[in-house]
Design a protein around this ligand. Structure first.
Ligand code: FE
Length: 230
């Protein structure tokens, strides 16, 4: 792939610096403290120059840690399961559908929802960096940004799924969606069996972050019951 990294920039605001480093020697995990130092140094310089207000930065970070998170995506999925017309809207224009739930965040980005069926399982990756639908899924997990996930998701999606403990029938096709600056994806997982008549609130408890990335499936009714009453 010869695309220049700068053409692929996206997401804005909250990026850790490693976003621009795509070299094979880049190690995840070991450079976190160095990265934190760099972020802090940058924040200090920008604050001293009057470009950013540290209180505003804290508010943004708090928003991503609390208000903005996978519970927003779970609400959208639960509604799609319970309400066929909402599901059509979500698959047709996920940006608008999610906005209609009152989810605020990166308005203006192009969000696409892709639906799992018994025949097709969808999985999302950003092969170049870590484009991710922050407004519905919150902060991306570390593995999503890792080089092994980014490369293997495309080459061996079934193997990656196995690593995540997911085994699909051999007859199920796996479709991998490569996120970009402009277009980011969320997966609409299969609705678990035995959930007929459930409220949206209850359905949302079955929706995990990973099942909306496609590295997982929604919780089963039994799994949820085991969590609630261990
Ligand atoms: Fe990216």
């Amino acid at each position: 792939m010869s695309q220049d990294h700068d053409d692929h920039h996206h997401d804005g605001g909250l990026h850790d610096g490693h976003h621009h480093e795509h070299g094979s020697s880049h190690k995840h995990g070991s450079d976190l403290s160095e990265m934190q130092l760099r972020v802090r140094a940058l924040e200090t310089v920008l604050t001293e120059k009057g470009y950013v207000d540290p209180a505003a930065l804290d508010l943004i970070i708090e928003a991503y840690e609390t208000r903005i998170g996978p519970h927003n995506g779970a609400r959208a999925i639960a509604r799609a399961w319970a309400d066929l017309s909402f599901k059509r809207t979500l698959l047709d224009d996920a940006t608008a559908a999610v906005a209609s739930l009152g989810v605020t965040g990166r308005v203006g980005d192009h969000l696409v929802a892709v639906e799992n069926t018994p025949q097709v399982h969808n999985m999302v990756v950003c092969t170049l960096c870590s484009c991710y639908p922050w407004e519905v899924l919150g902060l991306p997990p570390t593995w999503y940004k890792s080089a092994p996930y980014r490369s293997r998701a495309v080459i061996d999606p079934r193997g990656v799924l196995a690593d995540f403990g997911v085994t699909l029938p051999a007859s199920t096709d796996i479709r991998v969606w490569d996120s970009t600056a402009e277009t980011r994806f969320m997966v609409v997982p299969l609705r678990p069996a035995g959930t007929e008549g459930w409220s949206e609130q209850k359905l949302a408890q079955l929706v995990t972050r990973d099942c909306m990335i496609g590295t997982g499936v929604a919780k089963s009714v039994a799994a949820l019951a085991a969590e609630v009453a261990p």
